[in-house]
Design a protein around this ligand. Structure first.
Ligand code: ATP
Ligand code: MG
Length: 444
């Protein structure tokens, strides 16, 4: 870990440093706090900066008149300047969580130690005094950074009861940094896991998305499993455990093991890429049959439908849900790729975000048979086929069909698709040839 004296503040901290010096010039205490201090000590680039101060919201507002008030009565103000935004919050202690989320009241404090105690985990409760280049550590956060531990501040059960989402936040940070969760904190999550049901789908979605995409997804899902949060949040994924697969295709083991291996292989995934990987075999448990061997007939189709239902439940956007649905639906088609007609292959390669389909396939192979033949075949084809060949300009359109005397209707689409197929096959190349071809094949 980096020593505070050696800590380098990146360019992105300009506004935060300006706010700190403006506040301290008026004799207010002001520190960088939370995730940004943690990240700086780890030598990482903070995503955003938070400032904590003894100045009241009204005093902050006087110094930064163009700032934005968010949840004004909780005293958080956002200062925006030149593409940077910094949250400035008055030191405070929280009281009486009634909805397991927002405190019903807060008290402004002048002592940063009080402000540390209302935060979730020790590694998230460090303050950095920019002028004195020293860390204020009221909860043992630096020792936990050194020990790579996520530890709740205070009594873990009480802290989770204040906001049960913190159970998922603990796992999110453990996943991202590949840390362990300290024993008492982990025990509390195990005991309280069922309470996650009271948290809104949107907040759960945001945490699961982050567990899946910020690195350490495998570790995150192992922790979700260990704490039984998985049983409550994603029972369909839990059901993968113990579902055997034919050993000739899957020497690695059951569906859960296979899925964890794929999560481990994710490289800076998008949200849809990660969910596609997680859910690609979600219908193997319900389709398991043993005939000549273990088979999962129709698991891609059923899995696509199940994915849609699950992601609707978790309130992912329609576009994200559609993409995951398609990733799951088409993941088995890669085995047919060498046999596809050129038109079928080109339509396959043209799918929106095809790179996500291909990456899912790569991970699927690497976490099973290990054979990348079809992956390499597709990569060759992608090099070979020019963009103009993949998406050629159409040879004729609906107006041409009307001019030929066809009447508008469902047949139009059928004819135009047939023309495009022939074009993708390379058998039709000109407007004139297409007109003749249509008249021969689709008599009026
Ligand atoms: P990230 O790098 O993901 O932004 P972060 O630690 O900055 O991580 P934020 O959600 O941005 O996390 O919150 C900033 C700080 O506010 C945290 O470090 C923590 O001290 C405090 N905090 C945020 N959410 C909670 C919560 N639900 N309960 C208690 N403290 C919280
Ligand atoms: Mg943050």
């Amino acid at each position: 870990m980096i020593m505070p004296g050696q800590m380098r503040l990146p360019e992105s901290s300009t506004l935060a440093r300006h706010i700190v010096s403006t506040l301290t010039a008026r004799n207010h205490a002001a520190y960088l706090v939370g995730g940004c201090v943690r990240d700086l000590l780890l030598g990482l680039n903070p995503k955003d900066y938070d400032v904590a101060t003894s100045a009241t919201p009204a005093q902050v507002a006087t110094l930064f008149p163009d700032a934005e008030f968010v949840g004004a009565h909780f005293g958080v103000i956002i200062v925006h300047r030149q593409g940077q935004s910094v949250e400035v919050a008055t030191f405070r202690s929280d009281h009486d969580y009634q909805d397991g989320r927002r405190p019903t009241s807060v008290t402004y404090e002048t002592d940063p130690a009080k402000d540390a105690l209302r935060r979730d985990f020790t590694i998230n409760a460090l303050f950095y005094d920019v002028q004195e280049t020293r860390i204020l550590d009221f909860t043992g956060g630096r020792a936990d950074l050194d020990a790579r531990l996520i530890r709740a501040i205070g009594d873990p059960r009480q802290r989770f009861a204040e906001d049960y989402l913190r159970m998922l936040r603990a796992i999110r940070f453990a996943a991202r940094f590949r840390y362990e969760i300290e024993t008492a904190t982990l025990d509390a999550i195990r005991q309280l896991h069922a309470e996650i049901k009271g948290i809104s789908a949107e907040r759960i979605r945001d945490e699961l998305n982050r567990i899946l995409t910020e690195g350490g997804a495998r570790h995150g899902f192992e922790l979700l499993n260990e704490t039984q949060l998985l049983d409550v949040l994603l029972p369909e994924v839990k059901a993968m455990q113990g579902v055997e697969q034919p050993p000739q295709f899957h020497p690695e083991g059951d569906v859960w093991t296979h899925t964890l291996m794929m999560l481990e292989g994710l490289r800076n995934p998008t949200v849809t890429q990660a969910w596609g990987v997680l859910l690609h075999d979600v219908a193997k448990p319900p389709t398991f049959t043993f005939t000549d061997r273990i088979r999962f007939n129709g698991h891609a189709e059923l899995g696509a439908a199940m994915s849609r239902e699950m992601l609707d439940r978790l309130r992912l956007s329609n576009d994200e849900t559609d993409q995951v649905h398609d990733l799951v639906l088409n993941h088995m088609k890669f085995k047919d790729v060498p046999k596809m007609k050129p038109s079928t292959l080109k339509r396959f390669l043209r799918q929106p975000h095809f790179e996500e389909h291909l990456e899912l396939h790569r991970l699927d192979c690497l976490s099973g048979s290990g054979r990348l033949d079809n992956y390499e075949f597709v990569q060759e084809k992608l090099k070979e086929i020019t963009p103009a060949d993949l998406r050629p300009l159409r040879l004729i359109d609906g107006d041409d069909l009307i001019a030929l005397g066809y009447t508008q209707g469902p047949r139009f689409k059928e004819i135009l698709t047939a023309v495009e197929d022939a074009q993708l096959e390379g058998t039709l190349n000109t407007h004139e040839a297409a007109l003749t071809w249509v008249q021969e094949r689709f008599p009026l």
